[in-house]
Design a protein around this ligand. Structure first.
Ligand code: 5AD
Ligand code: SF4
Length: 487
């Protein structure tokens, strides 16, 4: 039998992207290989996000579209945060889904897929469903759903199919113990649970042995790491720092409440740890922060920023801000605008507040009109861009080290990678950018030749000179003489 094909669409954050890699790893063991084409998939999985209403709409529209284009006899699965949030009843509400799995039991996915396949076979054998039936099994209501209330005591280690060969996500903490009044995450990801240091170290050692160069430590609240098992993120960084082969270590996402001076000092001290901090502030006004239940003030947040800047003046700092939280006055909103300028964010994700089910703020009066919220986010975005543009200028004409991940998506004659503090960098390679076909060489042959010339750079750390700097990405030129790859 030819191997079956699985297609996964991932919505939402890095946590979901990491879960998708796990799902692909586990499905490989039951002979499903990945495809980028939903139309040819035997199994299509939507890894859903529920952080904002918009993501939930997207989920419905994907599933509707997939159902219409289904390959005969194929399965549709819903995984991720919406599945966890709504529970098993969702499979009755969305009848086009064949398999429903939550965030706490994704390790059960292969068994659920096999069960769904079995049920389908039985239905066909019993003549309930034609072999060429163009839909899933929902006509028989023989769908498979399993959602767990919490993560299992021992979180199973599962195979991971990593998308990049050089850059790996490593979960260090699951869930979140805060109860910010707008946030669905405690519901979808559960209570905070740290993975033991030894387990994390083992995974990173294996990654290093396989040739991975960069590690991103992941958690909804990475700074909370260890609070439940008597250790800390600073300690973890010290323990993994010596692993040979790993050149860069990053972590994401920080919570101002659990970020310590010790952590900042550790980042400053350890050379392999990127000087990169993603610390959502959410609002610049203390009253709004109080109603969000964020448990810090603007002044406390600024203390952390000052300390980071004191020890690492060049550090990259990014954040998140919510606009139009229920009852946010214009003056309070303007505090968010001023805090962006005061911090000098390199980048800031902004979003209009979206009421989420099961969260306290969803029941609060919200007198601010949608039009007003739109005006506010437009203004805030303009300021964020202006600040980020100003910050980006500091890279111009500097020499940076870039870990090459592959080719630029926009221009396959350029290399693409990231500098240590995470900014995407597209790199011109002098002899290649202007390459033209040799006599008799077709465009295709030229592209193949260029790929062959650029491929040896993949996974290498090279030195580049930054030639253009905008808030989203940098452009650079390869410093041939300094290049590690070909020196
Ligand atoms: N509405 C809008 N934005 C939200 N976020 C979290 N919950 C909501 C919500 N209900 C934003 C926060 C968080 C980021 C991941 O998403 O800024 O840091
Ligand atoms: Fe949500 Fe707040 Fe936890 Fe972040 S800290 S995941 S915003 S509850």
């Amino acid at each position: 039998m030819p191997p079956k094909k699985v297609f996964i669409e991932t919505l939402g954050c890095q946590m979901n992207l990491a879960d998708t890699e796990r799902m692909l790893g586990m499905l490989d063991e039951i002979d499903y290989s990945p495809t980028d084409n939903q139309n040819e998939a035997d199994l299509a999985i939507l890894n859903s996000c529920s952080i904002r209403e918009h993501a939930v709409h997207k989920m419905h529209s994907y599933i509707g579209k997939w159902d219409k284009n289904r390959k005969p006899g194929s399965l549709i699965a819903l995984a991720g945060c919406v599945a966890q949030q709504e529970g098993e009843k969702l499979i009755r509400d969305i009848r086009t889904i064949d398999i429903l799995v939550g965030t706490h039991n994704i390790h059960r996915l292969p068994d659920l897929v096999l069960e769904a396949e079995r049920k389908r076979r039985t239905n066909i054998e019993n003549g309930v469903l034609g072999a060429e039936e163009n839909r899933g099994m929902h006509f028989q209501r023989a769908q498979v759903a399993e959602i767990w209330e919490a993560l299992p005591e021992d979180i199973p280690e599962v195979p991971i199919h990593r998308k990049s060969k050089y850059h790996a996500w490593v979960n260090i903490i699951y869930g979140c113990n805060y109860k910010c009044t707008y946030c669905i995450v405690p519901k979808t990801r559960g209570e905070q649970r740290s993975r033991p240091i030894a387990e994390i170290k083992k995974e990173i050692q294996q990654l290093a042995d396989e040739g991975f160069k960069e590690i991103m430590l992941l958690g909804q609240n990475v700074d909370g790491y260890g609070l439940d098992i008597g250790t800390s993120l600073a300690q973890l960084l010290r323990e993994i720092h010596p692993v040979n082969g790993i050149e860069r270590i990053k972590f994401l996402t920080s919570h101002p409440c659990d970020m310590t001076y010790e952590l900042i000092e550790t980042v400053a001290e350890l050379p392999k740890v990127s000087k990169y901090f993603h610390i959502p502030i959410q609002a610049g006004n203390d009253e709004v922060l109080r109603r969000m239940a964020r448990r810090y003030t603007r002044a406390r947040y600024m203390e952390l920023i000052s300390y980071i800047r004191k020890l690492m003046p060049e550090a990259t700092i990014t954040g998140d801000i919510i606009v139009g939280f229920p009852g946010e006055t214009h003056e309070q909103f303007m505090d968010s605008v001023s805090v962006v300028r005061e911090i000098g964010y390199d980048a800031c994700n902004t979003a209009v507040y979206s009421p989420r089910p099961y969260t306290p703020a969803a029941d609060w009066d919200d007198p601010i009109s949608a039009a007003e919220k739109n005006d506010r986010i437009r203004l805030l975005n303009a300021v964020c861009t202006e600040v980020a543009e100003e910050r980006a200028k500091r890279y111009l004409d500097t020499v940076q080290e870039v870990l090459i991940e592959g080719l630029s998506q926009r221009n396959p004659r350029r290399l693409m990678g990231r500098i240590a503090d995470n900014k995407t960098t597209n790199i011109d390679v002098p002899s290649i950018t202007d390459a033209s076909p040799r006599p008799g060489e077709s465009e295709e042959e030229l592209n193949a030749r260029i790929y062959k010339d650029l491929e040896p750079y993949f996974g290498q750390t090279v030195k580049v000179k930054i030639t253009k700097a905008n808030p989203w990405a940098l452009r650079a030129e390869l410093q041939k003489s300094l290049c590690y790859a070909h020196s």
